[in-house]
Design a protein around this ligand. Sequence first.
Ligand SMILES: *Cc1c(COP(=O)(O)O)cnc(C)c1O
Length: 417
Amino acid sequence: MSDTAARPGARERNGPTPGTPTHEHVSLAEDWVASNYSPLPVVISHAEGAWVTDVEGRRYLDALAGYSALNFGHLHPALVGAARTQLDRLTLTSRAFHSDRLGPFCRDLATLAGKDLVLPMNTGAEAVETAIKTARRWGYEVKGVPDGRARIVVMAGNFHGRTTTIISFSDDPVAHDHYGPYTPGFDTVPFGDLEALEAAVTDDTVAVLLEPIQGEGGVILPPDGWLREVRELTRRRGVLMVADEIQSGLGRTGTTFACDVEGVVPDVYVLGKALGGGIVPVSAVVADRDVLGVITPGSHGSTFGGNPLAAAVGQAVVGLLATGEFQQRARWLGAILDAGLRELIGHGVDAVRCRGLWAGVDIDPRLMTGREASHRLLEHGVLVKDTHGSTVRLAPPLVVGEVEIQLLLDAFAAILR
Ligand SMILES: *Cc1c(COP(=O)(O)O)cnc(C)c1O
């Protein structure tokens, strides 16, 4: 192996070898795709379970799983089967009519979440927007906040999506800057700080919006007991607790929802990503009738939300989760991942935060950036994504086995050597 090939960042600087299929596809993308991402130089063409294959036939362990959109792995037979069957029957009706798929999906999802109603949307950001609209309407029509004054408390370091309103309360300058004017009505407090939250809640506050674990932030865990305290505070102050479980939910943390870890039931669940089984975008707001009942015909909608194909896949996803098997796998394998990563602390790793099959690994910044670590792991056959400078996020599909976890740990140890 030549010196440059082995050096971290070599691919980044030189790009893929000219003349290879990888180079061809990367060049095409560079010519024709807007640069809102900076993908690693691997071109995937096939996948199954936890493994993907690139255009040159190399196989990689997918330890990102589409930011948790692929919790059940690539091409899970039950999910692909549900999609195939539905493709041959009915794919879109619009909500102007009923379909025979939407009711069963919403019944099963509401039952899984222990709530009354489901409002189906497509992307995560749309579901967050839907939750914001629902909370404001609830504030005016149920709580009695004077019209136009509703406020929502959000957390520093949040990630809730990319719409203009959502980035209005992002404190990440890359996501936020030069997209103004911004939507008002949001108050930011430090994540995990109960006193600051208590002080920020006023008579006009309609909701507290939080990620139970901040995924994009680097898998940031709140202090033990904080979610329970937020639940108690929001109940006492007459404010909705809205949990954005788009990334943390649906088995990832070893429980169906990340809030379950503390036995907390929020007023509103916001779901997405894995709900679409890695096949179609499916998102939803799930809450009881006293909250979601404020949404009336015509006051909110979506052409594609709840379409029969999405509903068929979503119902199959709920079916997988209802068995508890994936939650159990995440707990079992997560413990192995956590223990293995912890052994690297002091050997190139500064800190590890793990919950279920979900880990944020802070690399010693003197050694390399998170981006460089991602490049080196790619060379070792493992796909991950860096976040915030020196952190690498691991979220392998919940279908991995012990062999894959060991491979991931070995690759990590190798790049730090
Ligand atoms: C990914 C994500 C979103 C946005 O979902 P999109 O489908 O990309 O719009 C919102 N909240 C959280 C916590 C997420 O991880």
